[in-house]
Design a protein around this ligand. Structure first.
Ligand code: AMP
Ligand code: MG
Length: 414
């Protein structure tokens, strides 16, 4: 290797950058911890979960009506069965059903002994101590057998899933009061730039509000990262050095914005090389080319360019795979999304481009992506109004209307 060659990857493709980031992040996986089920939404499951028993645990009625023996249903005309009692959901006993008998039942109540079928109340007529029903009812109808949902011992949820509301429901149906998940990733967010002013403070000459604090902070929260703190830092190398070192001690990841290009006040790459290690600087993407990735001690450092859209695009395309890897979320389980282009695209450069676009689904079930007019990397409007980031590959320069293109969904799409 010649002396001029940097000791880190540079100018690599999006795919190569992802692979490198995933390889480094896989050395930084999070330990497990046990939490109450009510705290487990969006947390990542550590072990496969099997049904401890049949769910439901007993055969029960799927409807409000009358439980009876299927053999007693009339083949033609009408028939009356003697009403011998009732059982409601939560009721603890019911008379057993013999030939020519029935029991009033509600949804979720256990099928009484002897009964195997339910006739819904709308199809039955009560007259004194008898219930009349007509031909056309089916044996075993309107009942739910034990284990219909999950059989005892059946694999229900896989390790590496980020728990959804429905999955919390599944775990609750197994009686889990606590669950073992990955510890949340702790992050310190640093926004850098002399021009930045907090919201609520009037803007002076040349100043802008620190919007990345909220857009990047919002993305961290979207992916359930624990934001230890945010700091705004001036473009001062001494301040930045101290803040980076402290952040690396306090968090699993340091996320910074600004100061990674080649401008006079872009100190991050030099500092990272000095106090830590650079793994990667500059990826063949647009926007977000100056993306910087490294580590300080045990912490991973992601330094995103300051342009608001660059920050969001690099977070979703390069930081998110690292977060997933640290949490043990299987990358190949991630869905690939595709849509057709509503309008043609031309690009001149040979980088992967993230285009802000809206998404619609037509009556044939085809997804259509419409690139927004405002595509500047400093323009929040484009990304605020978009549903997706279209990924135009490096080697594609002319994409006709109707071409199929991959995209990254922006949070909030679903
Ligand atoms: P930089 O990457 O520091 O060269 O910044 C690139 C552009 O992004 C400049 O126009 C900055 O003013 C802007 N910028 C940097 N940080 C932020 C921030 N936190 N919020 C909004 N805009 C920013
Ligand atoms: Mg700056």
């Amino acid at each position: 290797m010649s002396a001029e060659q940097p000791a880190y990857a540079t100018g690599i493709s999006l795919q190569q950058a992802r692979e490198l980031i995933i390889a480094v992040a896989s050395e930084h996986t999070l330990p497990p911890e046990t939490v109450a089920l009510e705290m487990a939404l969006d947390r990542v499951l550590v072990t496969d979960m099997f049904a401890p028993f049949d769910v439901p645990g007993f055969a029960n009625s799927a409807m409000d009506g009358f439980a009876l023996r299927g053999a007693d249903l009339p083949q033609s005309g009408e028939r009356a069965l003697r009403l011998i009692g009732q059982i409601f959901a939560g009721g603890n006993s019911a008379p057993s059903v013999g030939a020519g008998e029935c029991v009033r039942i509600t949804t979720g109540a256990p099928l009484p002994h002897g009964a195997d079928s339910v006739v819904i109340k709308e199809n039955a007529r009560v007259d004194g101590g008898f219930v009349w029903m007509s031909a056309g009812e089916k044996p075993e109808a309107n009942t739910r057998p034990a284990g219909e949902d999950y059989r005892a011992g059946e694999l229900a949820l896989r390790a590496g899933m980020r728990l959804t509301a429905a999955q919390l429901g599944t775990l609750a149906s197994f009686g889990c009061g606590t669950i073992t998940v990955k510890r949340r990733i702790r992050a310190v967010l640093l926004t850098t730039g002399d021009e930045l002013v907090p919201t609520g403070v009037p803007l002076g000459f040349g100043q802008i509000h620190d919007s990345n604090r909220f857009s990047l902070g919002g993305l961290l929260r979207t992916f359930d990262v624990d934001l230890v703190r945010h700091e705004h830092l001036r473009d001062d190398p001494a301040l930045l050095r101290t803040a980076l070192q402290q952040a690396a001690r306090d968090a699993d990841i340091v996320l910074s914005s600004g100061g990674v290009s080649a401008g006079e006040a872009d100190y991050l790459p030099g500092l990272l090389a000095e106090i830590g290690r650079i793994h990667l600087w500059k990826v063949r993407i647009k926007p977000g080319m100056p993306f910087l990735f490294g580590s300080i001690g045990e912490a991973l450092v992601f330094s995103l360019p300051g342009n608001p859209v660059s920050g969001i695009a690099t977070f979703l395309s390069l930081v998110r795979p690292a977060l997933d890897t640290m949490l043990g979320i299987n990358q190949s389980a991630r869905k690939t999304w595709r849509a057709r282009l509503q309008s043609a695209i031309q690009k001149r450069h040979s980088r992967t481009e993230f285009l802000r676009a809206t998404l619609t689904c037509d009556e044939n079930g085809t997804l259509w992506a419409t690139p927004l007019a405002k595509q500047g990397s400093g323009m929040l409007r484009g990304v605020s109004e978009a549903d997706i980031l279209l990924i135009v590959p490096e080697d594609k320069h002319d994409l006709a209307q109707g071409s199929v293109v991959e995209f990254l969904p922006l949070p909030g799409l679903a």
